[in-house]
Design a protein around this ligand. Structure first.
Ligand code: APR
Length: 271
């Protein structure tokens, strides 16, 4: 049952075992920054999805995939060399998403978006923001659920097999135009970011009243440069992350809290 977050950020969990009060105190300076904000850019990373159970890219992989290093699978060279192996890995990750739900933090952003312009820019390739009802302005690293031809780039929107068991090899579909292999439309290591998506993200963070940086280590550029661009344009930036990151010394304010606890408390406190 989703906790009822009261304005002071006090959450009451109705349960058979009585009432548990979860105290989440929203920092006053954060409330000050958010209360006047009409346009908020939200940059999310793997930590936003991790709380729903999506393993971060650097988490140890399990089962059959434990023997593989994601950094070597997520490359055009790996796909060119073994398309059935790389396709099977992404097909498994698409399956995992069917067992995972958005959390209270995703839903809080959607609620906030009903009263302000909340533009989500994500490094994540899952669809949790969308499944929480929030349009994503930019998938900077692409999406598990978008496909294209490896050879001619033609988008591919036919339904594809999603295995319910881990299989190590799965032949990718072939492009109807050139018979090339269909690949995930995800930015692999060594590939450039999608220019239109990144330009939308740059415009969003420079024109925002506030930028939230949630669940990212700030280790991967050019995405990690967006909060720096915001600050260079005088836009306040707030990091929401339980631990310090490479961006922490650049942001206006750091809130050491998880997305799933902090965002519902913040949105409730905004009324
Ligand atoms: N709430 C908020 N932040 C969290 C939570 C949570 N519940 N759980 C973890 N975090 C934080 C971690 O402290 C860490 O700083 O999320 C961050 C995750 O960092 P990374 O795993 O490096 O993920 P990310 O920053 O998105 O990586 C950037 O690199 O792995 C590649 O292409 C991949 O898009 C990814 C990019």
């Amino acid at each position: 049952m989703e906790p009822l977050i009261l304005p002071a950020g006090i959450a009451l969990h109705g349960s058979t075992g009585g009432i548990t009060v979860l105290m989440v105190e929203v920092p006053a300076e954060l409330l000050e920054l958010t209360r006047g904000a009409a346009r908020i850019s939200v940059l999310t990373g793997a930590g936003m999805s991790a709380e729903s159970g999506v393993p971060t890219f650097r988490d140890a992989q399990d089962g059959l995939w434990a023997q593989y290093d994601p950094m070597t699978l997520a490359t055009p060279e790996a796909f060119a060399d073994q398309p059935d192996l790389v396709w099977a890995w992404y097909a498994w990750r698409r399956h995992l998403m069917t067992t995972i739900e958005p959390h209270a933090g995703h839903r809080a952003l959607t609620r906030w978006g009903e009263h302000a312009a909340v533009e989500v820019i994500t490094q994540n390739v899952d669809d949790l923001h969308e499944r929480a009802g929030h349009h994503v302005l930019a998938h900077l690293h692409g999406s598990l659920f978008s496909l294209r031809c490896f050879d001619c780039d033609l988008p591919y929107d036919m339904p594809v097999e999603v295995p319910t068991q881990q299989v190590e090899r799965l032949e990718p579909p072939l492009c109807p135009a050139c018979l090339g292999h269909i690949r995930p439309d995800i930015v692999w290591f060594g590939e450039p970011l999608p220019v239109p998506a990144f330009e939308r993200a740059e415009q969003s963070v420079t024109e925002a009243d506030l930028v939230l940086v949630i669940g990212t280590s700030g280790a991967v550029f050019p995405a990690a440069g967006l909060p720096l661009l915001a600050r260079a344009n005088g836009v306040p930036t707030v990091e929401i992350n339980p631990v310090p990151t490479e961006l922490s010394h650049e942001t206006t304010l750091n809130w050491r809290i998880t997305a799933g606890a902090g965002l519902p408390a913040l949105v409730s406190a905004l009324g």
